[in-house]
Write a protein that binds this ligand. Structure first.
Ligand code: SF4
Length: 210
């Protein structure tokens, strides 16, 4: 063993892009469309598929990142499909903050839901986009059952009687540090506010730059 050369660790790989335009060489261009929180309604999916077909798509595959890859198109067609997908609320950019959020269906789709988890998750993704871009992981659950993510997240919000229990660095079954409605939650996640400060103190996001 002592004769073996010292091992050199491989260089870290860059993260794969999860949405947008891709060149596939042998398969032309592809439009990778992300589904917000892994869901799309049937009517929108039908329109998306019809638009892809009209633009010459020859092959459709599921991506590992809650999305659909439409392949085999000319660049202009793939770009047009992304424009259409964006117009119906789907994800077409790799920096879309919704890609950093896990959320269940919530109300009204789920009878157990105590909040509109998916709708609220969209609003939260916009409101705290800079924190998500820093790498903060957010899980929004309509109730304690935690269907979207059983494990730990940096910030977990659990629906309770139209408000959210706030859990830092834990799962939906851990103790909440506060219970807030969506509006108060968005406010307290802003720099200088209490929950933001707790995330900084826990080392989950960067503190204010001095
Ligand atoms: S976590 Fe609760 S509200 Fe969300 S889908 Fe599961 S049972 Fe429904």
């Amino acid at each position: 063993m002592s004769d073996l050369p010292a091992a050199v660790p491989p260089a870290p790989r860059s993260s794969p892009s999860r949405a947008g335009l891709f060149w596939l060489s042998s398969a032309g261009f592809a439009a990778l469309v992300g589904l917000p929180f892994g869901r799309v309604d049937a009517a929108t999916l039908d329109r998306l598929g019809g638009t892809a077909l009209a633009h010459g798509c020859t092959d459709i595959r599921l991506s590992p990142w809650r999305g659909i890859a439409f392949r085999g198109m000319a660049q202009a067609d793939a770009t047009a499909l992304l424009t259409f997908a964006h117009s119906v609320g789907l994800i077409v950019r790799d920096d879309d903050p919704r890609l950093s959020v896990q959320a269940c269906a919530g109300a009204p789709a789920c009878l157990r839901a105590e909040t509109s988890a998916m709708t609220d998750a969209s609003q939260l993704a916009d409101a705290i986009a800079p924190l998500l871009a820093e790498g903060l992981t957010l899980h929004v659950s309509g109730c304690v059952k935690s269907c979207a993510r059983p494990g730990t997240s940096d910030l977990t919000l659990v629906g309770r009687d139209a408000r959210y229990g706030v859990i830092i660095g834990g799962t939906a079954r851990d103790s909440a540090i506060a219970e807030l409605d969506l509006s108060a939650l968005v406010t307290r996640l802003q720099p200088g506010q209490e929950i933001h400060a707790r995330l900084v103190a826990a080392g989950l996001i960067a503190g204010p730059r001095v």
